[in-house]
Design a protein around this ligand. Structure first.
Ligand code: PEP
Ligand code: MN
Length: 338
């Protein structure tokens, strides 16, 4: 069951709800969102009764959720959550395009990339300093120096940064370097210890879909983060593995309306890792926005031919600019803004 507290509820009303859950032999997870506090009762729900909670002061609604994911389920937040990233809203009317290189390479490359992202009208930037590479001999990312190059470039345009965390031991370093959005990559979607740790911090998290993860597995992974108290979760569809070999992954457009029905979390789409080729990115990006995505995560490099990682799928700054312009029309057609 989840208990949705009313916006005006007090701490003592919340304490009373928690005591009642504990008295029933269950444990609670309190998650504080920007608009509402939601309390999840974890365990065998049979002794709980919705009405007895709804009669309590400060409680707006009590909802019995049979699904294994509760805090991220749409039922608890029908309006959909909006994540605030240093004043930039993800999940609202505006569609956000987050762009930048696959990996941070040099200070110069990041300056050029930041200029291109900003010129295209994007408000946030992506870039990997810690890279999950299939081969141990491939470039693994610049590490902490990469975070520094990234911040120096993005700050010039006051753009929040999105970067991947692969190892719990680097979490404090990410916080010290003021990373605005922590990305959990596809390969770590079910790294439960990592999910628990990012659940304890109050930073927005982009949770990418695992290479072959079902939507239910993905939402349960998101639930790990929410159960730790962090509600600032954004999902990112990045293509799934199928029998098809003509492109890198299959962009699961069907996942977008399904997620919109199942969860209140904002949904991003990464057309770059889905298609794996730059020329496919505009079509996939337009399909994603048309299907209701809240934003895109797009790879762009100042000089794609020279990219140290994922060169084939990187857009040029000009291509990014043209893409954003064409997406504006699609966004308008589906009642959104860009
Ligand atoms: C990335 O976004 O840089 C990345 C590695 O993506 P994914 O985890 O989806 O493969
Ligand atoms: Mn990449």
């Amino acid at each position: 069951m989840i208990i949705v507290m009313s916006p005006e509820s007090t701490q003592s009303e919340l304490d009373a709800v928690v005591s009642k859950i504990r008295a029933s032999g269950l444990t609670e997870h309190v998650s504080r969102g920007s608009e509402r506090t939601i309390v999840g009762a974890i365990g065998d729900e049979r002794p709980l009764n919705e009405q007895s909670f709804e009669q309590m002061a400060g409680v707006e609604r009590a909802i019995h959720i049979v699904k294994p994911y509760k805090l991220v389920a749409r039922e608890g937040h029908p309006a959909g959550s909006v994540i605030d990233i240093r004043g930039i809203k993800l999940g609202g009317k505006q569609v956000q395009v987050i762009a930048g290189p696959c990996s941070v390479e040099t200070q110069e490359q990041m300056h050029l990339a930041a200029a291109g992202v900003h010129a295209a009208g994007c408000k946030m930037m992506r870039g990997g300093a810690f890279k999950p590479r299939t081969s141990p001999y491939a470039f693994q990312g610049l590490g902490v120096q990469g975070l520094e190059f990234f911040q120096a470039a993005a700050r010039e345009y006051n753009m929040p940064i999105v970067t991947e965390l692969m190892d719990v031991r680097m979490l404090d370093t990410f916080l010290e370097h003021d990373v605005d959005v922590i990305q959990i990559g596809a390969r770590n979607m079910q790294n439960f210890d990592l999910l628990k740790e990012v659940g304890r911090v109050n930073k927005p998290v982009i949770l990418k879909r695992g290479l072959s993860a079902t939507i239910s597995e993905w939402l349960m992974a998101a639930e790990y983060i929410a159960a730790g108290g962090n509600n600032n979760i954004i999902l990112c569809e990045r293509g799934i593995r199928t029998f098809e070999t003509a492109y890198r992954n299959v962009l699961d457009v069907t996942a977008i309306p399904v997620l919109k029905k199942e969860t209140h979390l904002p949904v991003l789409v990464d057309p770059s890792h889905a298609g794996g080729k730059a020329w496919m990115v505009p079509a996939l990006a337009r399909a994603a926005v048309a299907a209701g995505a809240d934003g895109l995560l797009v790879e762009m490099h100042p000089n794609p031919c020279d990219a140290w990682c994922d060169a084939d799928q990187a857009l040029t700054p000009q291509e990014l600019n043209d893409l954003v312009a064409s997406l504006r029309l699609i966004a308008q057609a589906v009642g959104r803004e860009l």
